[in-house]
Design a binder for this molecule. Structure first.
Ligand SMILES: NC(=O)c1ccc[n+]([C@@H]2O[C@H](COP(=O)([O-])OP(=O)(O)OC[C@H]3O[C@@H](n4cnc5c(N)ncnc54)[C@H](OP(=O)(O)O)[C@@H]3O)[C@@H](O)[C@H]2O)c1
Length: 217
């Protein structure tokens, strides 16, 4: 986005990583450090948007999950806290902003895991299903309300980041390749984007697989 000439606001909890990135294009990156689950998260975002002079595109990427074979409650509820509760605050904030200005582009990184329940991290799959379903609802809402708001649901398979855990991670893409493809979808304002492209083939198979067979996997 920076190479395309955009002003880009970047947010997370680790200031040093954000500032390292900012050094690559100090005129174009704008940093806000906050925890998305904190009660003042939206105040940080309001300030960031004010400093940047507006917002045309919001990408919600912050997410968390852990393999949780023991159904540790802390992991399950922590996942819901960020991927469901904080996500809901962020997405309402973004939609309301764009509805007020009559146009905009709202994108979020859900996951291929949104398509089915998963034994390894039940809250993670469920939270991603929530995100995908929520985005679909907002897309319909924008259309019905006559707002020119594009909604992009980015559904990656495995991407090599600290988030990807466990054995059997097939077709794992580098973060760079995933980012390149996500960038392309954002430019085209795709409704649903599978990352990498080949996951588009797996998605319908996941959907069609009979429940009895899925339960044994
Ligand atoms: N990697 C995969 O295989 C994969 C597959 C499908 C979907 N996804 C989704 O892709 C998204 C990005 O994940 P990733 O793979 O890039 O993992 P990552 O490298 O672990 O990145 C997660 C990002 O979210 C930020 N974050 C986490 N908790 C936060 C919080 N409470 N408040 C604010 N920021 C927070 C982290 O920064 P700080 O720690 O500095 O806050 C980090 O920048 C996630 O939603 C994930 O579910 C990933």
């Amino acid at each position: 986005m920076v190479a395309d000439g955009w002003q880009v606001g970047i947010t997370a909890r680790r200031r040093e990583l954000l500032e390292e990135l900012q050094k690559e294009a100090p005129e174009q990156y704008h940093v806000a450090v906050f925890d998305a689950t904190a009660s003042d998260a939206l105040e940080h975002l309001d300030r960031l948007v004010q400093n940047m002079g507006g917002m045309d595109l919001l990408v919600i990427s912050a997410g968390w999950g852990e393999l949780n074979h023991d159904l540790d409650k802390g992991i399950e509820l922590g996942t819901v806290g960020l991927n469901v509760q904080a996500f809901t605050h962020l997405v309402i904030w973004g939609y309301t902003h764009f509805a007020r200005q009559g146009e905009g582009h709202l994108a979020a990184i859900s996951s291929i895991s949104a398509l089915r329940g998963g034994r390894a991290a039940p809250a993670y799959n469920a939270s991603k299903a929530y995100q995908s379903n929520y985005l679909e609802g907002l897309r319909q809402k924008a259309h019905k309300e006559g707002h020119a708001i594009a909604v992009t649901d980015v559904r990656p398979g495995f991407v090599k980041t600290p988030m990807a855990k466990g054995p059997g991670r097939f077709w794992e893409a580098s973060a760079e390749k995933a980012a390149r493809q996500i960038h392309g979808h954002l430019k085209r304002r795709s409704r649903v984007a599978y990352i990498t492209k080949r996951w588009r083939l797996i998605a319908p198979l996941m959907g069609w697989m009979p429940r009895g067979l899925w339960a044994r996997m």
